[in-house]
Design a protein around this ligand. Structure first.
Ligand SMILES: NC(=O)c1ccc[n+]([C@@H]2O[C@H](COP(=O)([O-])OP(=O)(O)OC[C@H]3O[C@@H](n4cnc5c(N)ncnc54)[C@H](O)[C@@H]3O)[C@@H](O)[C@H]2O)c1
Ligand SMILES: [Zn+2]
Ligand SMILES: [Zn+2]
Length: 368
């Protein structure tokens, strides 16, 4: 079939929305018609050429939600009409990592996915003879995509697709950092650095977990207002003295749980320093630039602080994303407030520009 898709033709150039060919699903694969797709920093980072593992031509996009249109041979967990959230982090339920509750990093299709291929080493995307690679195994800046069954979370059809698309990456990354990585305990004190979608997700997750005090740090007052909406009890304009202020605000000790969601290695160090001596746990969610390192004073660790990190909030996507959708439907998680702009696929380059200017929390493509 022919689909409209936003193709990265050349790094550091605008994406080109055009018709490409999409083959039907091979065994174990599923054809999904996208209803919505969020625009994430990782898409822009890859488009810029700064990511050394990037490739072109490829169809970008990884924060998708849609409806199953067709299934390949042997697919048993999904049927046409099902609503799904796309997972750049799959869950095969069979590999040694999927069988462990210590990690969400499924090993089954990693190598091919990192190269831009589906698990059998080929692509369903092409322009006549030219192969077009699949980005993050998802390629959701498109009317439709073909993905492995193990990379799709089946969710309640009652939830609007444009709202739950955020769970395909940013929102789950933050919420999961609080719920599945740090496992925030009721009554705790929490500090979250960064109030983009990931940091706001961590605030919402900490609130869900019953944290008593949630301090959110950002450079932007508007973002801090959003944080208060999602459950922050205190807010702070960021800067080098943020740790001192957080330690003061928490009786001289620091927060039981801290979260970093900026991608800035200096802020990562602040988040470690702001964790409570004795047992404070700092969870890093931000992605630093290539070659950057995190500078930690060893004394912070010897005096009992710990550091953790996770991709996709430690969430095993096929299990967790449907649960988060249900929490939204039960009114316990305000995903609607994360979506600040809705656009058409043709406006994708404007969305990147707006992201560069830090406008809004999440822009979601709703017209393809
Ligand atoms: N681990 C994962 O799987 C995963 C998934 C998605 C995104 N990420 C990463 O998470 C990070 C956050 O993503 P996002 O979409 O929320 O980004 P965002 O740019 O929307 O939000 C980052 C926020 O950090 C704030 N900030 C910048 N400098 C600060 C400072 N010195 N002190 C306090 N706040 C500061 C900014 O004002 C902004 O509001 C990025 O690094 C992104 O790449 C990781
Ligand atoms: Zn993302
Ligand atoms: Zn697995």
């Amino acid at each position: 079939m022919k689909i409209r898709a936003a193709v990265l033709e050349e790094f550091a150039k605008p994406l080109v929305v055009q018709e490409v060919d999409l083959d039907g699903p091979a065994p174990g694969e599923v054809l999904v018609r996208l209803g919505a797709c969020g625009v994430c920093h990782t898409d822009m980072y890859t488009a810029s050429g700064a990511d050394p593992s990037g490739y072109a031509p490829t169809v970008l996009g990884h924060e998708g939600a849609g409806t199953v249109e067709a299934i390949g041979e042997g697919v048993t967990s999904l049927a046409p009409g099902d609503h799904v959230v796309t997972l750049f982090s799959p869950q095969c339920r069979q590999c040694v990592h999927c069988e462990s509750d210590k990690t969400n990093i499924c090993l089954s299709i990693r190598e091919q996915q990192n190269l831009g291929y589906l698990p059998d080493g080929t692509t369903r995307l092409h322009r006549s003879d030219e192969r077009v690679r699949h980005f993050m195994g998802t390629s959701t800046f498109a009317e439709a995509t073909v993905m492995p069954e193990i990379a799709l979370a089946k969710v309640s059809p009652e939830a609007p697709l444009d709202t739950i698309a955020a769970l395909a990456c940013g929102a789950t990354t933050g919420i999961g950092a609080a719920l599945y990585v740090a496992k925030v305990e009721p009554g705790s004190t929490v500090a979250v650095f960064g109030a983009g979608l990931v940091g706001l997700g961590a605030v919402a997750g900490a609130k869900l977990a019953g944290a008593e005090r949630i301090i959110c740090v950002d450079l932007d007052e508007g973002r801090l207002q959003q944080a208060r909406h999602h459950g922050a009890t205190d807010t702070l304009i960021g800067g080098p003295d943020a740790p001192v202020q957080i330690i003061e605000m928490t009786g001289g000790f620091g927060a039981d749980y801290t979260f970093e969601a900026t991608g800035n290695v200096k802020v990562m160090a602040q988040a470690v320093e702001s964790a409570r001596m004795g047992w404070g746990l700092c969870t890093i969610a931000g992605v630093a630039g290539k070659g950057e390192t995190l500078d930690i004073i060893p004394r912070w660790l010897i005096t009992g602080r710990r550091v953790a990190g996770a991709s996709f909030g430690g969430a095993k996507g096929r299990d967790r994303v449907p649960e988060l959708v249900d929490l939204y439907l039960d009114g316990k998680l305000d995903l609607d407030a994360f979506v600040t702009n809705r656009i058409a696929l043709d406006e994708i380059n404007d969305a990147f520009a707006a992201m560069d200017r830090h406008e809004g929390v999440r822009t979601v493509i709703t017209q393809f």
